[in-house]
Design a protein around this ligand. Structure first.
Ligand code: 13P
Length: 410
């Protein structure tokens, strides 16, 4: 169960002078490759789900696999919702299993960026989820060339960074100091002085977007000035494209399986290189020992209802599921009827919340109060209603020996 609190994970990196890679997942091959590398390097890792890529895959379909990979991992993992466009998609990200979010309002006016981000912080923190804010503008498109950059780079100002963090209360700040998303146009020139001033003033883990194509020295200088999370996609995308081109030459008459050979290992090689360069390799055990596990809560309601026939009871059960599912932090709602007709309780709802912190905001949410007061209480008979927190193994129960789950295909 090494899903861990993302705020704890990045605080550890920040305090110990290394950066955790947030690698974008766009397919199961990417997921597999990133996890292979993290386990091989014994590194904490962030699986990053960028909303800008949801047109290429179905986010709701891939998230169960992402979560399963994180849960069976031998290293600490966090799942980040990257470049969200609005609070609604970020809440969907949280309800699907992300424990860190960024709603990117960096293209908006300063005050509007603060307003949007503050709203995200209030909702996400009530779910126990960490929030990244972005200030200044990092142009470009992940995985694309320089000619696709929409707009000019805008550097993060120190004064604005101070005010932004104070007013929004974000947990991490993504700053713009010269990087771009995608392939660089010319040689990147990074403003280390600006970075140092921001880091000295904020004392908060900083985030770099556009973490592909920098030199080893540039990465070291970023990390020694407070960068604790580096986002990376283009370098992985390039490694995969190279592998596919190689496959096309070798596998002349192959179909999909032949052409997709070793994509996961191409991803793994680049991710492992980054982990060793950014100093996260070998840190898994410390991070597991120091970070809170990311545990869910199940609210179990078992009850009888009075004065309803079977079809009205079904309507009540379905309505409960619909209303409760919409609440931020609700992962899943199961509504059920007793299989044994003579059971003492006939009906149940089992509501999975993403984190113990949610219990409070969930029970105060208008949808919960409406459902309980208007629909359920008037017909409720006997009822048991208890919240259960997941029991997790202590960190010493994880083996942190490197594992190779699969052999390289040849
Ligand atoms: P690159 O695609 O340039 O690596 O940037 C990724 C990124 O910043 C995602 O947020």
């Amino acid at each position: 169960m090494p899903l861990v609190d993302m705020k704890d994970m990045l605080q550890h990196a920040y305090q110990h002078g290394y950066a955790v890679g947030a690698f974008e997942v766009v397919s199961l091959d990417f997921l597999d490759g990133i996890m292979l590398a993290a386990e091989q390097a014994r590194a904490p890792v962030i699986l990053s789900m960028a909303e800008s890529h949801f047109e290429y895959f179905d986010f709701d379909l891939i998230m169960p696999a992402v979560e399963a990979a994180a849960k069976r991992a031998l290293v600490p993992v966090a799942i980040h919702f990257d470049h969200g466009t609005c609070i609604e998609t970020a809440v969907n990200g949280i309800n699907r299993g992300c424990n860190g979010v960024l709603v990117d309002a960096s293209h908006e006016e300063f005050m509007e960026n603060i307003r949007i981000t503050r709203q995200v912080v209030e909702t996400a923190h009530a779910c126990g989820v960490a929030v990244e804010g972005e200030l200044g503008y990092v142009p470009g498109v992940e995985g694309e060339g320089a000619e696709h950059y929409p707009g000019e780079l805008a550097y993060t100002s120190l004064a604005e960074a101070r005010a932004y963090v104070e007013r929004t209360e974000v947990d991490f700040l993504a700053i713009s100091i010269g990087t771009v998303h995608g392939h660089m146009k010319g040689k990147p020139k990074l403003d280390y002085q600006r970075l140092k001033q921001i880091n000295d003033a904020l004392d908060l883990p900083l985030v770099i977007h556009g973490g592909s194509g920098l030199s080893d020295d540039q990465f070291h200088r970023l990390i020694s000035n407070g960068v604790a999370k580096i986002n990376c996609f283009t370098a992985l995308s390039d490694a995969v494209a190279k592998q596919i081109r190689k496959n096309i030459k070798i596998e002349i008459s192959s179909g999909y399986i032949g052409l997709a050979k070793n994509i996961n290992h191409a991803v793994a090689a680049e991710v492992e290189r980054c982990m060793r360069l950014w100093g996260s390799a070998g840190r898994a055990a410390e991070v597991l020992a120091r970070c809170e596990s990311w545990t869910s809560v199940e609210q179990i309601i078992i009850c009888t209802v009075e004065g309803l026939d079977n079809s009205d009871a079904s309507i009540l059960m379905n309505e409960g599921r619909r209303m409760l599912s919409s609440i931020p932090g609700v992962r899943d709602v199961f509504s059920g009827e007793a299989v044994q007709k003579d059971a003492r309780y006939h009906y149940t709802w089992r509501i999975r919340l993403c984190h113990p912190v949610v219990v409070d905001s969930y029970r105060k949410h208008a949808a919960y109060i409406n459902f309980i007061n208007k629909l359920f209480r008037p017909v409720a008979g006997k009822c048991i209603n208890i919240d259960f927190q997941e029991v997790t193994p202590v960190s010493s129960q994880y083996q942190l020996e490197p594992v190779i789950r699969r052999k390289v295909m040849s």
